[in-house]
Design a protein around this ligand. Sequence first.
Ligand code: SAH
Length: 194
Amino acid sequence: MTPAVAKAVFVLLAVGWYVIRFPYARRSRRTPVAKSARDARETVLLLASLSGLGIVPFIYVATGFPSFAEYPLHAVQGWLGVLAALAALVVFRLSHRALGRNWSISLELREGHKLVTDGIYRHIRHPMYTGFWLWAAAQMLLLPNWFAGLAGLAGFGALFFGRVAQEERLMLETFGGEYRAYMARTFRLIPGLY
Ligand code: SAH
């Protein structure tokens, strides 16, 4: 596995993610938002995530910047990155399929919002975030650059830890006991662990 191939795999991950998301994003956009908990802090966290998972690694792939942070890519590391990228896409696909038009990029509830507890949501409460952690792991493994490789973990980490408790509070306010029971029988990201 050469660095050029690893970088190409990272680009394919982004393309695959977009292909998966696009039809769901279009459909959910057509469903009006009924309640929003989006604020300035949310916007800053979304920007941090977009920079870390998108802008920084794509500048690196396109230009090699910042070259001082470069290190040699180990073949095993590259292949583990391919596995993480594939896992990210599978988890994304399953999450979108289950969440359907209840999806939103931010903390929002749509008209007729349904609590989803089946499909991949039967096993974990935040599979889409599991997918983004896998993306960040793939980025770390596929991009042999200390800055661009780790930017995803930092950027998405900020969004995840800044948002997840607030999202669960919003779901509790909206779905009450049903969500409380769902929380009691599921973990956030990895079944049986966290
Ligand atoms: N945290 C989830 C969803 C991310 S999309 C995941 O990682 O898979 C964010 C939106 O999904 C939020 O606005 C919230 O309203 C909605 N949401 C989160 N969990 C949900 C669930 N179990 N059922 C329906 N909507 C949910």
